[in-house]
Design a protein around this ligand. Sequence first.
Ligand SMILES: CNc1ncnc2c1ncn2[C@@H]1O[C@H](COP(=O)(O)O)[C@@H](O)[C@H]1O
Ligand SMILES: [Zn+2]
Length: 341
Amino acid sequence: MDFFENMPKIELHAHLNGSLKMDSIRELGLQLYGENSSDFLKRIQEFTTFPEDMDADKLSKCFQKFAFMHELTSSRKGLQLATQMVIRDFARDNVIYLELRTTPKNNEHMTRREYLETILEAIQASRESYGEIIVKLLISIDRSQGVDAAEEIVNLAIEMKSQYPTIVRGMDLSGNPAKGHFKDFLPSLEKAKKADLHLALHCAEIDNEEEAQEMLDFQFDRCGHGTYLTLKQMEQCKEQNITIECCLTSNVKCGTVKDYDMHHFKRLHDNGIRSVICTDDCGVFDSTLSQEFAIASTVFSLKKNNIHDLCKNAIAAAFCDDVEKTDLRQRIDKYFADNTE
Ligand SMILES: CNc1ncnc2c1ncn2[C@@H]1O[C@H](COP(=O)(O)O)[C@@H](O)[C@H]1O
Ligand SMILES: [Zn+2]
């Protein structure tokens, strides 16, 4: 485990509100409310609990959990603190490059634009506190929220990209995959693509072959999960240079994959389809990127050179510039050179 904890890592799939660790939620509660009530502590416990006997619809239930974090980050102060803490927690796990994604929200305290500005300011400030970690932002469309919100979010993303070109790098399509239809979001995503925003879309998280096909034919950069891609579709990913973001614990806890050893990572790996290891929501799923690497390594008997390849895959698929990629490559190559048996 030490090997993975010390390894400089790249995280490409992390939802902001799902990535706050339990200790940090407690800390956030203290900073926001003064004292943590027993009811609050109970709710933190519920946040990360996935009972064995939860029914088949575990994934849908998972989406209800986010409401807890959304309450905590509904004020500018809460959102700013949460962003800082999430970056700090990834930095503590030796993540050296982080792509955070989040859906801009509007409420009585802020507009979607203010939501994004708060996060972008917190990311900029984190350079002073945690200088070693590079942080990028992907702006998410929640497929359960309809096309009008999506259109507003794409327009904002284009605007924010021009204001913060080194931080705002792309867009994500996420939310409950059982809700909404990809086709409805196509014009908005097309617009994002034309504006040179990279696309990392949740695709085939549940079994919907037709939709996955529509998405692949549209073409995008990275596929979140890809659990139910057919072998033919996986081959199409290879041809189209699409990298698959594998989030092992997320899939097992949400019940879209029965067990770790049944995870499609194996099929991707065996068929030479480029994949990366990610956490998805390391707060909700109570994991770390180091743990995800340790699990993948044990379950799939990966050797050090396989792990090194996974890190190189992440560099290749990262939405940053070539100078940053060269720097990441050097740091990671050095770690593997210094740690050969
Ligand atoms: C478990 N698999 C998943 N599949 C699809 N979307 C997911 C997800 N996990 C998280 N999200 C999306 O990210 C939001 C939380 O972060 P933000 O509020 O945006 O920072 C969730 O509400 C959902 O829309
Ligand atoms: Zn996700």
